[in-house]
Ligand binder design. Sequence first.
Ligand code: PGA
Length: 252
Amino acid sequence: MNRKLIAGNWKMNGLRADLQTVGDVAAAVSGAAAAPETLLCVPATLLSQAALAAEGSALRIGGQTCHSQQKGAFTGDISAPMLKEAGAAYVIVGHSERRTFHGETDEIVAAQAQSAIGSGLVPIVCVGETPEERSSGQTLTVVAEQLKGSLAGLEPATAFVLAYEPLWAIGTGKVATTAQIAEVHDFVRQFLIGRFGEPGQSVRILYGGSLNPGNAVEILPVSNVDGGLIGGASLKAADFLAIYNTACALQG
Ligand code: PGA
């Protein structure tokens, strides 16, 4: 069994006052090997302060995207070495909101993942189908296509994390059923083994989409679910920690 990863994605939420949440989470999580790993992906403006608030604890801090280039004339963008220097250990790439609102393609996502790895960050590569793709029975085809494109060029031994986030479940309160989650996660696992061989077993596959303290009990034990990528419910320390505690109980 892979060590679970409970990751929060704050999206475009969080001002300095919210660093209290980082401190509260940091104070509560354990670094024991038997405990799940924890991560909060905060807005870039809060990264270095969040890293300070988490210093000395088991909580890791991450970014929400990075540019594929290390530096250059890309106004408004942020690069992987910048995130790393600010204190990030992880970075989300290919989140559906980046794909939808910023036109990020699988090819761009693959380049971002490479850049992250090259800078010593662990990328969390997101995939997931739209409601139309699911209702027309194309979920696995779409996910396979995204995996193929977004993981292009990655070496078997590199550390990365995969996140399956059905678009219709993100921020909607509509959660995929455990059968739907198991089907895609088992499929992703087979894809990873086919692509990377044995090391594909140890790539963590997170579920994301309206994960909350209420449904984590059913979702986290599902086959090949190695943790969660949590949006809304990661903004409150109590909710995030409730999900973490559920994962602790499963892991132990
Ligand atoms: P949600 O977001 O938990 O608010 O649905 C998940 C995500 O987009 O990562």
